[in-house]
Every structure is written in C-alpha cells, then in structure tokens.
Ligand binder design. Structure first.
Ligand code: PRP
Length: 177
C-alpha cells in the first residue's frame, strides 16, 4: 500500500505543535475582533489553507461568515507575478472586517494580488493570517497580522500543503527530500 508519508524526510511541526500555536492565534483574533459590529468575513485561499482554516475557525468563538478564493499563478519566483483569480468571494465584503487565511506565504505575489482585489470593494478592515511564513523568499512587502510559524526556505508539505497534489492530508508539516 502506498504510504502518505513516502518522501518525507523530517517532521517540522507536529499536529500538537500546530494546535498549540493555532489556539494562541485564535485567542488573539477573538480578542481583536470581539467588538466588531458585523460578522467577521473569513476567506481561505484554496487549496492549501483548508486544513489550517478548519482548525482555526473551530477555535474562534466569534460569529463568522466563511468563503474561499482560488487563484492560479504562473512560473516561479519573479515570473509568478502573473496571478489570476479563478474563484471570487460570493458575499459582499464592503464595510465588513475581512480576514484572509493562508497556508504559506512565499514571494507574497499571491496575497498582493488578492489584497489589491479585495481592497477595491472597500472592506472595513483587511487582515492576513497564515500557518507558515518564509521571510527569506519575500519579493513584495506584505503585512502579516497573524503568523503561526516562520520557516527557512525548505520544501514543506502537509497540513494542506502539497507537492504535485500529494501530501495535503499529512497531519503535520514535513520536509520533502
Ligand atoms: C501556495 C500557497 C499560497 C501561495 C504562496 O499556493 O497556498 O497561496 O502558493 O506563494 P507566493 O507567496 O509566492 O505567492 P499554490 O499556488 O501552491 O496552490 P495550492 O494552495 O492550491 O496548493
């Protein structure tokens, strides 16, 4: 039988470590948004964010509205500035507090595009939450409001993150050989 772990050389963050950090971030978010007038609009970026987002939302005791966006990017590094929106948000975000949830921030091009796009709709506020952040890879300036872990420039998989669509269902973040 094929193992879902095959090719993983090291566990970077265990499920327990991720949960501990997610709880801390969830409390911060709860505290920061406790006095908002409307529902908090939480937008996950497909596909990678789905596992972290499911954890995070169940730890946040706030009234939320949930949706997903999907983008495609072309090329790598400097060439991946081409980001196209394949699925947009279905609800109105004008005047609402919006929180984007990501699995990993690398060059920052994806979030730059998403933020520019969402800001044209005049949300009351727009913040970013990510499971992983790779500061050494950044090519555009992105303000991250909630960050679980900074990591080195490693090829990571699991907890929603894939390599050629494999490994998304690993219950930890690992490094591939
Ligand atoms: C990954 C990740 C971010 C983006 C970050 O998505 O989920 O959305 O790359 O890269 P950037 O900061 O360099 O723009 P990916 O394109 O792998 O799609 P997926 O989430 O569907 O796996």
């Amino acid at each position: 039988m094929l193992s879902r772990d095959e090719g993983v050389s090291e566990v970077l963050f265990t499920e327990e470590q991720i949960l501990v950090r997610s709880k801390e971030i969830a409390k911060e978010i709860e505290n920061d948004y406790k006095n908002i007038e409307n529902k908090l609009c939480v937008i996950g970026l497909l596909k990678g964010s789905y596992v972290f987002m499911a954890d995070l939302l169940r730890l946040i005791n706030l009234d939320v509205q949930v949706d997903f966006m999907k983008v495609s990017s072309y090329g790598n590094g400097k060439n991946s500035t081409e980001v196209r929106i394949l699925k947009d948000v279905d609800f109105q975000i004008s005047g609402h507090d919006v929180l984007i949830v990501e699995d990993i921030i690398d060059t920052g091009y994806t979030l730059e595009k998403i933020c520019d796009h969402l800001l044209t709709r005049n949300p009351k506020s727009l913040k970013i939450c990510t499971l992983l952040n790779k500061p050494s890879r950044r090519e555009v300036d992105i303000k991250i409001d909630y960050n679980c872990f900074d990591i080195e420039d490693l090829f990571v998989v699991g907890y929603g993150i894939d390599y050629a669509e494999k490994y998304r269902n690993l219950p930890y973040v690992g490094v591939v050989k």
